[in-house]
Design a protein around this ligand. Sequence first.
Ligand SMILES: *Cc1c(COP(=O)(O)O)cnc(C)c1O
Length: 401
Amino acid sequence: MTQDLIAGIERQLDTLAAQSLMRRRRTADSPTAPRQLVDGHPMLAFCSNDYLGLAAHPRVVAALREGAELYGAGSGASHLVSGHGRAHAQLEERLAAFEAPHLVDARALYFCTGYMANLAVLTALGSDPDAMIFSEALNHASLIDGARLARAGVTVYPHRDVAALEAQLIASNARAKIVVTDSVFSMDGDLAPLPALLALCERYGAWLVVDDAHGFGVLGAHGRGALEHFDLRSPNLVYVGTLGKAAGVGGAFIAAHASVVELMIQRARPYIYTTAAPPALAHALLASLDIIEGEEGAARRAHLNRLIALLDDTLKLARWQRPLSHTAIQPIVIGGNDEALYVASRLHEQGLWVPAIRPPTVAPGTARLRVTLCAAHTEDEVARLAATLNAFEHQLERSAA
Ligand SMILES: *Cc1c(COP(=O)(O)O)cnc(C)c1O
């Protein structure tokens, strides 16, 4: 009988392999940075979300060490029992003040991961079966799962389609309405039309939950993210920022009206029923915020923007598609799973690490290379990537002709 159980699993794995959908992990032997040792080989990486290059920044690393000296390694319990430490409290105050220009009566709440923060927001705001969640078609998996877990109904609106969303809001007689969207779409790099979405939410009395995983620290003159980029301010906004990407450490936060945050503390199960993140992480994040808010953060954002423009200027592709993106996420859509995997493995042979993203993360037939740029890259490194991709695409075109 046990044999049958395992044979069933192995059939599922064989099916994935036959569709070129098996994923494999590579093991990094050095800190997150453009130049890494991976499985023992030197590589130039274009795959992390460490957009400002803070994950291995000496000041952040020193703060993590200091945090461990001050507070130990673990928190010992959930926040509501005894795991809520001084560092967590300080971090929440800093984050609330940072996002305060865009919210009304702002308060912030720190979570272990962005995945959990998204589950928390949607299950707490959408706890009523008579509520409705309006979810953007290309939302991140954690928002999709949060909507599934909520008691509220769910309706999906097409990508960036403000008119379709308005029609859905007009037709709905839900008691509470929650519109939820990524700000920067994680596999495409384009932006949600947040000003138009917020105008709708204010008109129809809906919450606008903005998942700014790829905007926090990067967008806006001060790095406050998508709300600063679009110059928005509203009591309807519920902001989710992640802290393992541009902030370089780990965890996430919600910033919103103080009452929304109080509801999370009282009701959100992904907040209540889990051990608080190690306080040293919160202490390290205070150092990340110092950098993000200061001159160094501004200089790193300016350099990143130069690299984005450089890649745009130097890539000359005919066979593969490049959806319009002005962010650090620069997809190159190849189409088939096999070709995407083949290109990624050829790049890998040249010492370039660019992940091939396949279904179900993206729609079938849109397998892609997901290039991410970060402030720790040099202009020469970006030029090398572009030249390699140009030459390689040219070769494939010629052999296809
Ligand atoms: C990475 C990501 C998350 C999850 O954040 P983690 O802190 O990694 O769990 C949520 N939403 C989006 C859009 C993301 O890209």
